[in-house]
Design a protein around this ligand. Structure first.
Ligand code: SPV
Ligand code: MG
Length: 283
């Protein structure tokens, strides 16, 4: 459960997936959880990270993942797909698909990725976002379902005071954790936030821009969960571009064959060897 990862003493690291097979790769690598990234899901469909994938499209991805893996999935719920009514629908549909954690951010629907035109991004009114958190908590049926509230204050150019004020309001509204997002290329803003945080809820961060941080520092600062948000998507794009070029130029196909997953590995990942060949017993 993501809930347990948030509450245990050590800092946990989870990795992004964007479909069932990448989720299986995250699990097999040993990670205790999956970040189901809106950026990576949308990019793998070739569309923008602006809620261009519909709620039902992303829920299909959720279902394919929770059917495939046993580790918990933290769903990147963007702004909750609309107002608090839409968010309640989302919470119920995630629970139905055995996904017990969602992260929502305090922007407006449709959102834009945090690293595009950051300063122009508008934040949701604090009370309205608190009502959305409360609405989500009110309708969850599984007590371990958790809602992580993400503030984009620093992303949109706001001050640390406002980020702290919002994070406290979100924790008071019932959020199980808060996520402080920063676009700085070092961890300094998150460090300042942690030095001023009253520990009223666990804190999550996403070091997309400050990935060079010494991993020990996250636990020294008291962070509960660290999200590697897009690395498998980027790894696959890099590998596919390299292989596509080499194949097109027909440089050295046997060399390419040695650098890519074997057909056997594809079969293993899709469970082809587990299929039952016997006929079902009929009366
Ligand atoms: C995502 O992975 O979709 C995120 C994290 O929301 S970031 O792109 O770093 O904002
Ligand atoms: Mg996202």
């Amino acid at each position: 459960m993501i809930n347990e990862l948030l509450r245990n003493k050590k800092t946990n690291f989870i990795l992004e997936a964007h479909n069932a097979v990448s989720a299986q790769i995250v699990e097999e690598a040993g990670f205790p959880g999956i970040w189901l990234s809106s950026l990576s899901m949308s990019a793998s469909w070739g569309v923008r990270d602006n809620n261009e994938l519909s709620m039902s499209q992303v829920l299909d991805i959720v279902e394919s993942i929770t059917q495939k893996v046993t580790i918990p999935v933290l769903f990147d719920g963007d702004t909750g797909y609309g107002d608090y009514n839409h968010f309640q629908q989302l919470v119920k549909k995630l629970e139905n698909r055995n996904c017990m954690a969602v992260c929502i951010e305090d922007k407006l629907f449709p959102k834009t990725n945090s690293f595009i035109n950051s300063e122009k991004q508008k934040l949701e009114n604090t009370e309205v976002f608190c009502d959305k958190i409360k609405a989500g908590k009110d309708c969850q049926r599984n007590e371990s379902f958790c809602i992580i509230a993400r503030t984009e204050t620093l992303i949109s150019g706001g001050e640390m005071d406002e980020a702290l004020h919002r994070a406290h309001a979100y924790a008071d509204a019932g959020a199980d954790a808060v996520l402080i997002h920063s676009k700085k290329d070092d961890i300094s803003e998150v460090q300042t936030f942690m030095s001023l945080w009253d520990k009223s809820a666990p804190v999550v961060c996403v070091p997309t821009k400050y990935s060079a941080t010494n991993p020990d520092l996250y636990s020294e600062l008291g962070l509960s969960l660290v999200i590697w948000a897009n690395h498998l998507l980027r790894a696959s794009l890099y590998a596919m571009q390299k292989v596509a070029t080499k194949m097109y130029e027909a440089i050295d196909i046997p060399e390419v064959e040695r650098q890519i997953a074997s057909l056997d590995e594809v079969f293993r990942l899709q469970g082809a060897y587990d299929i039952r060949n016997e006929q079902p017993i009929t009366k």
